[in-house]
Design a protein around this ligand. Sequence first.
Ligand SMILES: NC(=O)c1ccc[n+]([C@@H]2O[C@H](COP(=O)([O-])OP(=O)(O)OC[C@H]3O[C@@H](n4cnc5c(N)ncnc54)[C@H](O)[C@@H]3O)[C@@H](O)[C@H]2O)c1
Length: 386
Amino acid sequence: MGLGHGHGGAAVKHRALKLVRRLRHVNGSARIADIPMGSSFRLAVIGGDGIGPEVTRAALRVLDAAERRFGFSTVREELGWSSARYVESTSRITPEDIDGLRAFDVILFGAIGDPRAARGVVERDVILGMRRRLDLYVNLRPVVAYDDRLVPLKGKRAADIDLVVVRENTEDVYGQTGWVTGRGKDEVAGVPMRFTRPGIERVVRYAFELARTRPERHLTLVDKANAIPVQELWRRIFDEIGEEFGDVTRDAMYVDAACMWLVLRPEQFDTIVTTNLFGDIITDLGAAICGGLGVAASGNINPGNVSMFEPVHGSAPKYAGKGVASPVGSIGAVALMLEYLGQSDASRAIEDAVRDGLRGGRIKGVEAGSQKTDEVANIIAMAVAG
Ligand SMILES: NC(=O)c1ccc[n+]([C@@H]2O[C@H](COP(=O)([O-])OP(=O)(O)OC[C@H]3O[C@@H](n4cnc5c(N)ncnc54)[C@H](O)[C@@H]3O)[C@@H](O)[C@H]2O)c1
């Protein structure tokens, strides 16, 4: 069947999230580690805009099947947060709204973004709001190709693409609003590229711990320390912490070179740690080399606390309501979420169902229109049901 557990997507996510569970212990919260059968979890569901609600519904259908088979349950609450609601009522999501999410164990998020709304306003309120206010400092993004036919790179196969990007998720140019001053030719816009030592240390340490669990035990720092001298701080901290991990080899690469090598030789990467901005960009490239945005999932994690899981893609407004978006990214987010909740068997069953469906051809593709959203969800849900 090609990618086995030792090298495949399921294994990558599985390995990554084993680490999450261990970190939860380290932080003194064993609440979610080693959860027995029959557990119940509080789940906030934010479908959002565009294709967000459709792919989230599809993913919940797969979650239903997993719950029935593996004997756990979720108590779900749907939150109607969306740009569409903002357009209709101008009501914004506030920091207090975000604080309300602390009542949940996990959040399943679809996508936010409506072309009728001012650009990025609600996206920042909700997505950046959650990441910052809930301090979701790890953005875990597996880059895993499920099947050879999804890989657009000449001469490369699915087995060549098996890496995890750990993106810092709370600092950098996304940390503040910035400013615009002056008028006409004097107009100036700026925002600080701000990093803190504790902010870098915690995510770099997480990445080393993760790299330690992977077969290659190799961590690459991706930065632009040559042209952006403040990023020297990343290099220093990377080397300092790297000294504690004698069993993990390490190297550093400029982001422009990393983009080139992701296309030309993706097999050289194992685990990557990078800044918020660069992580945002290179993981879209990562999704592209695995078949497109329809396939990629991510976890926004604060080990030991409420964490959020989402597909990497946005609201894709042109496909909204047509039932043609791929739910694979959102279903992958459910798999990541279940691994985080200690439901490893259920998580693996979902990953296997996705991979087998794509390999066997029952799932025709991950690009919009290749198949109905619901049909893909049914195929995966039935396979998970066993
Ligand atoms: N996390 C988020 O909620 C998030 C992320 C990115 C963009 N956005 C917002 O989404 C809106 C649209 O942004 P965009 O067009 O740049 O990015 P997008 O990810 O929504 O869509 C870009 C393209 O990717 C493909 N694609 C995306 N999701 C797919 C899926 N499930 N199945 C198949 N193909 C898929 C489509 O070809 C689509 O046109 C904007 O308002 C943006 O701010 C939100």
